[in-house]
Write a protein that binds this ligand. Structure first.
Ligand code: TRP
Ligand code: SF4
Length: 346
């Protein structure tokens, strides 16, 4: 790998199998970047623990699932480094150093934290609260979420972070922390990491809300064609349309038509728009055609996934080798950081 490649770092929390929103919004971008950059992709299990510290039974399974989805989607382990965050203790050490210089009001003000607290509280409204876990309490670890994420990025001194829009606020804090470190220790050691967004529109869930596993409205990369079709048949359409011959409004068809805009070529989109507006297109047929488009789009990824599922040993080997490599690089950066900070060394 040429030395002059810039470093990219990004990650996902292992909370289960990934959905097509993850793919279109983030993963596809990762795949495209891997030739031109030195890429580190983390399965961020510590970040999963910030809210799900009492749900560890399936964590290992989730980690394998995420790695399988990534590789099936085209992340090439020969090119990119796939690793599990908790196997790199250097991240935790850097997190300690960064936590010393991060004012507490910086993390308290993090807008993403407010969203997470809302989700935590919602969870406890709907479920029997399990004590003490998930009682909607913001733990010390959850408060440090963006500082830990900064350590993830800075441990490889990455300059670019390909993420979804929801992560931009976290990254702003990462830049503030990197800048503050450089200022305090009179160095220019750390890059100020910039987000690298895609232009892909956010894919909504089939009910028109934000797509998410916990909302039971997602289409998984690992779903079969049959399940995908079944889910699309449940998707909301233009609600004002009652009879098949009523003229429809594609722009108010928030899920089906929006998916067409993402997955279909211009000709198909045009036809759908015209036929729908004229009332000559039934929503049922329209959905069947969309489901076919989706199934075609994800055909290769799904075939590859089925193959990889048979070979968990391979997935584990990728994680093990990637984590070893990540750890080596992390150790180098940490040594340099300790020098810059003038910490005690033997
Ligand atoms: N917080 C990110 C998410 O929920 C996951 C993540 C953890 C991450 N560490 C990261 C993303 C470092 C970018 C860089 O999606
Ligand atoms: Fe939506 Fe298609 Fe029905 Fe028009 S015909 S409202 S685009 S599902």
């Amino acid at each position: 790998m040429p030395e002059n490649k810039k470093t990219i770092m990004s990650g996902m929390r292992p909370t289960g199998k990934l959905h097509i929103g993850h793919y279109m919004g983030v993963l596809k971008n990762w795949v495209e970047l891997q030739n031109d950059y030195d890429c580190y992709y983390a399965i961020a299990d510590w970040h999963a623990l910030t809210t799900k510290y009492d749900e560890t039974e399936e964590l290992n399974k989730h980690i394998i699932d995420v790695a399988t989805d990534w590789i099936a989607s085209g992340i090439n382990p020969e090119e990119s480094t796939i690793y599990v965050q908790s196997l790199i203790p250097q991240i935790a050490e850097l997190h300690v150093y960064l936590s010393m210089i991060t004012p507490h009001n910086w993390v308290e003000r993090d807008p993403a934290l407010k969203d997470m607290v809302q989700i935590l509280n919602k969870k406890t409204d709907e479920q029997e609260p399990k004590e003490p876990a998930q009682s909607g309490v913001v733990t010390y670890g959850l408060l440090g979420y963006p500082v830990l994420q900064s350590a993830d990025i800075m441990i490889f001194n990455a300059s670019l972070v390909p993420v979804g829009k929801d992560q931009v606020a976290h990254l702003e804090l990462s830049r503030d922390i990197a800048r503050k470190f450089n200022y305090i220790y009179k160095t220019d050691y750390f890059n100020e990491p910039q987000p690298k967004l895609t232009h892909a529109p956010l894919l909504k869930g089939i009910d028109g809300q934000k797509m998410g596993k916990s909302f039971n409205n997602d289409i998984k990369l690992s779903d079969t064609d049959k399940i995908t079709t079944k889910k699309i048949m449940r998707a909301i359409t233009d609600r004002s349309r009652i009879k098949r011959t009523d003229p429809g409004h594609p722009d108010e068809c928030e899920v089906v038509y929006e998916y067409y805009s993402v997955f279909a070529d211009e000709d198909i989109k045009d036809t759908v728009r015209k036929e729908c507006s004229a009332g000559t297109r039934g929503c049922k047929d329209c959905k069947i055609e969309l489901a076919n488009l989706l199934n075609d789009h994800f055909k290769d990824i799904r075939a590859k996934r089925l193959e990889l599922e048979q070979d968990t040993d391979y997935i584990k080997q990728v994680i093990s080798e990637g984590s070893k490599k990540a750890k080596q690089r992390a150790a180098e950066v940490l040594e340099e950081v300790k020098d810059v900070m003038k910490l005690y060394k033997i």
